[in-house]
Ligand binder design. Structure first.
Ligand code: DGT
Ligand code: CA
Ligand code: CA
Length: 573
């Protein structure tokens, strides 16, 4: 990843802080602070300017010395000067300076009055209520400090896409209602439907006298305001989710929407295409040699200038989408309404929350033609897995329900545990009676790549197995993917007439986007299923569809876009 302007600004600010603590000449201190502010407000990326050999000295507040420092940061990722300075003050002070809201002046007070020299001492003092007694601190500052200390420990937290869906929609609806607001759109990783998001990016165009920024910072779920300006504000919600809002003129809306949707790598590639055409591309538009804006109102205008088809945000990851667009070969991505049914769910018979009848009704309401009932096998005791006899009895119940019910077909299935040696946790004579069999790993996640790969391939050797459910068994943010040679697994599935699942549970989304694409390239069909444990979760297909789209999947690449007859045929091995 290229160094961001923000990272450069942080380095300059830190130098300013240390120089001030050391009692350096105030002019030098201010030079760094001014440069940091300028860098932060800059619309073009310094890293890109350096890469393209553009002059930095032409920028305000940047002389020869600072220009050289920027080049050093961009090319090496850090700055020797800062490292030297950091060794000249105590390590505790370096950490304290990283706490937002703590500058040299406050550090001096903390040191002089409370003898605080590091983060631990600061936390203890704040917990004891000592910090609030210092001149200019107060109770609120003390609380903020404690929160910042916590945040510093959890800085890496990203949110599942599905976790932020509701608040994102609420925010957009709320902003659209504000007087003078013309347009509100989500951008960033949220719009690209990444499985996790670092923060939300919202774009607004509004009349000059609109009070949209006031409305934004007053939004009910906002916990604190990090910055507030006319064109950009940043807030943190009570959940810890950060939200950036930018107000852009309508003539630039498409350019800004494209820029802030990203990904960064995609943006840079488009910008380079512009350079090759003698055009300047930024978040304000596309400009010709004379500086005249020739595109910017819509995203289509941006792509038109590059002689490219407009493309779906899910594709914009600089993974060949620009080449595909240039060749007119962008995929026609699968959409939710292409899916005809769901091949993985649980009822109260194992660890689901709703009866089979309720699940069938809910699936029918969603317009599904079929729903596979796939309870766990016995090995998974925590999930009240079924023994052979119980599963057979359950199948009879499914038959009875199918006899009574019109408009949806329930398939008799199982999610059978793949044991450590690759054998299955259910006798073959039972599996033979089913319409569909999912094999899944629920334990022994840590096997070597070779052992794990052999394990799942051996499971697929069993001719009753149709689908490998949540193939890598990862839980985003909680458990890493099993080590598997995925190319081997996919080739083995293809040879045996098996399929791989894309599990739509927000924490699984397993297969991921890269593996979906790998399957597509091999001609291996993917099954998008919910693994629903309640009627509400049957709606999770949309998360799986989003991941599939990020993996370039089209309708034909997805098994359960087939109607019932064709599906049953394809499940025959
Ligand atoms: P996230 O928030 O980590 O899940 O990922 P994004 O993609 O939402 O990234 P974010 O919020 O940092 O920035 C939003 C978009 O703004 C990003 O997708 C592309 C654009 N952008 C940000 N920084 C740069 C940059 O330095 N250069 C270029 N060309 N675009 C950038
Ligand atoms: Ca973002
Ligand atoms: Ca952002």
């Amino acid at each position: 990843m290229a160094v961001t302007n923000n990272e450069i600004a942080v380095i300059f600010n830190r130098i300013g802080d240390i120089l001030e603590i050391q009692g350096e000449n105030p002019f030098r201190v201010r030079a760094y602070r001014n440069a940091a502010r300028m860098v932060q407000g800059l619309s073009s990326s310094l890293a890109e300017m350096v890469e393209q050999g553009e002059s930095l000295e032409a920028l305000p507040t940047i002389g020869k010395d600072l220009a050289a420092k920027i080049r050093e940061i961009v090319t090496t990722g850090s700055l020797r000067k800062l490292r030297q300075l950091e060794t000249s003050v105590s390590p505790g002070v370096v950490d304290l300076l990283k706490v937002p809201g703590l500058g040299p002046k406050r550090l001096k007070l903390l040191r002089d009055y409370l003898n605080i020299h590091d983060v631990n001492e600061l936390e203890n003092a704040a917990r004891q209520g000592l910090v609030r007694q210092l001149p200019g601190f107060g109770q609120k500052t003390e609380q903020n400090i404690l929160r910042e200390l916590q945040d510093l420990q959890h800085r890496v937290r990203r949110f599942l896409w599905a976790e932020v869906e509701d608040i994102a929609e609420q925010l957009v609806t709320y902003l659209r209602k504000q007087p003078g607001v013309k347009k509100v759109e989500m951008a960033g990783s949220y719009r690209r439907r990444r499985e996790t998001v670092g923060d939300l990016d919202i774009l607004v165009s509004a009349a000059k006298d609109s009070k949209v920024m006031d409305a934004f910072t007053a939004f009910e779920a906002v916990e604190r305001v990090i910055s507030k300006g006319h064109t950009r504000s940043t807030v943190v919600l009570r959940t810890g989710l950060q939200v950036d809002l930018r107000v852009v003129p309508q003539v630039s809306f498409g350019a800004a929407w494209h820029y802030f949707t990203g990904s960064k790598a995609h943006n840079i590639a488009v910008r380079v295409m512009g350079v090759q055409r003698g055009l300047k591309v930024n978040e304000y538009g596309i400009f010709d040699k004379r500086g005249k804006r020739i595109a910017g109102r819509t995203e289509k205008e941006i792509y038109d200038q590059m002689e490219l088809q407009w493309m779906e945000p899910e594709l914009r990851e600089q993974r060949g989408e620009l080449e595909a667009a240039a060749a007119g070969r962008l995929p026609k991505l699968v959409v939710g309404s292409d899916l005809r049914g769901d091949l993985h769910c649980h009822t109260t018979r194992s660890d689901g929350q709703n009866s089979m009848e309720a699940m069938a009704n809910a699936a029918k309401t969603l317009g599904h033609d079929y729903l596979a009932i796939t309870e766990h096998s016995l090995h998974l005791r925590v999930a009240r897995g079924l023994a052979a006899d119980d599963l057979l009895a359950h199948c009879e119940a499914i038959d009875r329900l199918n006899g009574k019910r019109k408009g949806i077909r329930l398939l008799k299935g199982v999610e059978v545990d793949i044991l450590e040696d690759g054998s299955l946790d259910m006798p073959d004579h039972v599996l033979q009676r089913l319409d569909i069999c999912l094999g899944a790993i629920h334990f022994a996640f840590g096997l070597s790549e070779q052992k794990q790969t052999e394990r799942v391939i051996r499971a697929m050797d069993n001719p009753n197995v149709n689908i490998l459910a949540h193939p890598t068994a990862r839980l985003i943010g909680k458990r890493s993917a099993c080590r598997l040679d995925m190319e081997q697994v996919m080739d083995a599935a293809l040879e045996r007439g098996c399929y791989l699942e894309l599990n739509s549970q927000p924490q699984r989304l397993d297969l991921n986007d890269v593996y979906c694409r790998m399957a597509k390239e091999r001609g291996l069909k993917v099954v998008i299923s919910t693994d629903a444990h309640s009627t509400g979760q049957l709606g999770y297909l949309r998360y799986g569809v989003a991941q599939a789209r990020r993996g370039w999947l089209e309708k034909g690449d997805v098994l359960n876009t087939r109607g019932l007859t064709s599906l049953l045929k394809m499940l025959q091995r």
